[in-house]
Design a binder for this molecule. Structure first.
Ligand SMILES: CC(=O)N[C@H]1[C@@H](OP(=O)(O)OP(=O)(O)OC[C@H]2O[C@@H](n3ccc(=O)[nH]c3=O)[C@H](O)[C@@H]2O)O[C@H](CO)[C@@H](O)[C@@H]1O
Ligand SMILES: C=C(OP(=O)(O)O)C(=O)O
Length: 428
């Protein structure tokens, strides 16, 4: 398994091109199943999860053609052709690698009337059930059985029917799955208490470009009037706000100054407001967003919430930042049950963190010390990279396959801004 070796203490200065958003690309890839015509997605990030989803679609019979430089930051295009779907089963061996695989469920049932999709199973950060996805499809008339770890879904004779679906809690994936299913259902569907993440809006705009009839985009109430068919389209994937937020914190933790090309402040306002209180400055530029920290880093509190609140996907990164702030910070995780696995690893580097249930009290220390640490999940791994950038001495982050799921060219982007780091490739 590859590792990352980081020698800390360097101030990051320069510019970083933000890639297409992983959490937009994954549902957008699944949306190709809704039409027999070609769906082209631009600015496709080069990530392990994108490869996994592409392989899943290919085993359904989708033609997947990627062009553009695979190793450059320039956007890559992918052309998706779902004219000849030969298999309606999403197998466990692929679904277990990436929970977002469940996003093929809605499109397959909506277009083909049935699907057999493996239950994703648990995940490092929590049990992450898919009951809201299932209940929504049942509300649209689907018959659902769970057998042998698989979801067996069957639409009624005339296809899925429009319905009013009220989410008891906000779910990004359930909103996406059911919005896609509703696009081909017979009648009108209303999604109440829908997720409002920018990636939902990006998916809605792509579906509208494919001929879907959707109102309420950006709100927590989406109304979708189903169509008989959707057509092909070309859609550019929006920039990755979580990647941008991560590099913003890299600037903050090293006392640096980075211009994040393509980043959108509107997608990061909750984070920017909290970090402004910590002494970090955000300036919108023609090319994106400039983030700098020149004075002291002050401890501030953060609580994760559904968009437009502070994103749970930036919680681990925020914790690393607060480890070297002046004063204390209370960080509360309200979305997932087990998203503090970076705490013991940060403690190995000298961090002073006490966990009380869903909250962690971080007492800032003058400095962190480099150490060998273990990545446990995608965002925990990048929080250890941030800590390593600020730490005195050498940090080696193990199991960085977690990182490769969601960060395109991470080390190249940071090295170009002055980081002293290298990837140690596992020869075996
Ligand atoms: C590929 C992708 O876009 N992943 C994002 C998506 O994950 P994902 O779509 O899985 O997250 P959800 O918004 O669905 O989950 C939010 C909470 O609801 C729970 N829940 C969800 C569905 C369900 O049927 N039942 C249920 O109880 C989950 O366990 C979790 O506790 O949104 C999360 C919350 O913003 C982000 O952290 C992930 O990066
Ligand atoms: C939790 C995340 O992704 P996923 O839902 O794909 O696990 C993430 O992007 O932080």
């Amino acid at each position: 398994m590859d590792k990352l070796r980081i020698r800390g203490g360097r101030t990051l200065k320069g510019e970083i091109a933000i890639s297409g958003a992983k959490n937009a690309a994954l549902p957008l890839l699944a949306a190709c199943l809704l039409t027999e015509e070609t769906l082209t997605l631009r600015n496709l990030p080069h990530l392990a999860d994108i490869v996994t989803m592409s392989n899943l679609l290919a085993q359904h019979g989708v033609g997947v053609v990627v062009n553009g430089k695979g190793t450059s930051y320039e956007g890559r295009d992918v052309h998706l052709d779902a004219a000849n779907i030969t298999n309606l089963t999403a197998h466990y061996d692929l679904v277990r690698k990436m929970r977002a695989s469940v996003l093929v469920l809605g499109p397959l049932v909506a277009r083909f009337g049935e699907a057999k999709v493996s239950l994703p199973g648990g995940c490092a950060i929590g049990p992450r059930p898919v009951d809201l996805h299932i209940k929504g499809l049942q509300a649209m008339g689907a018959e659902i059985d769970i057998e042998g770890g698989y979801i067996l879904a069957k639409a009624p004779k005339g296809g899925l029917k429009g319905a009013e679906i009220v989410f008891p809690q906000v779910s990004v994936g359930a909103t996406e799955n059911l919005m896609m299913a509703a696009a081909l259902a017979d009648g009108e569907t209303t999604l109440v208490n829908a997720a409002r993440e920018p990636e939902i809006g990006d998916l809605a705009r792509c579906l509208i470009a494919m001929g879907a009839d959707i109102d309420g985009v950006g709100s927590d109430r989406l109304r979708i009037r189903g169509k008989k068919t959707l057509h092909g389209a070309t859609h550019a994937i929006l920039p990755d706000r979580i990647e941008a937020g991560t590099y913003a914190m890299a600037a903050a933790i090293t006392g640096g100054d980075l211009e994040l090309l393509g980043a959108r402040l509107d997608d990061l306002r909750a984070m920017a407001k909290i970090l402004a209180g910590a002494g970090v400055t955000f300036t919108e530029t023609e090319r994106g967003l400039r983030v700098a920290r020149t004075g002291d880093l002050i401890g501030v509190d953060a609580m994760t919430e559904p968009f437009p609140g502070f994103p749970t996907d930036l919680q681990a990164q925020m914790m690393a930042l607060m480890c070297v702030a002046k004063g204390a910070s209370m960080i509360t995780e309200t979305i997932f049950e087990n998203r503090f696995m970076h705490v013991p690893e940060l403690a190995r580097m000298g961090a002073n963190i006490t966990v009380h249930g869903a909250s962690a009290l971080v007492r800032g220390v003058p400095k962190l010390t480099g150490a060998p640490v273990m990545a446990t999940d995608l965002r925990a791994s990048v929080s250890l990279v941030l800590a390593g950038l600020a730490a005195e001495g050498e940090t080696v982050v193990n199991r960085i396959y977690h990182l490769d799921r969601g960060y395109e060219h991470l080390e190249e982007k940071l090295i170009a801004c002055g980081a002293d780091m290298e990837r140690l490739r596992d020869a075996s």
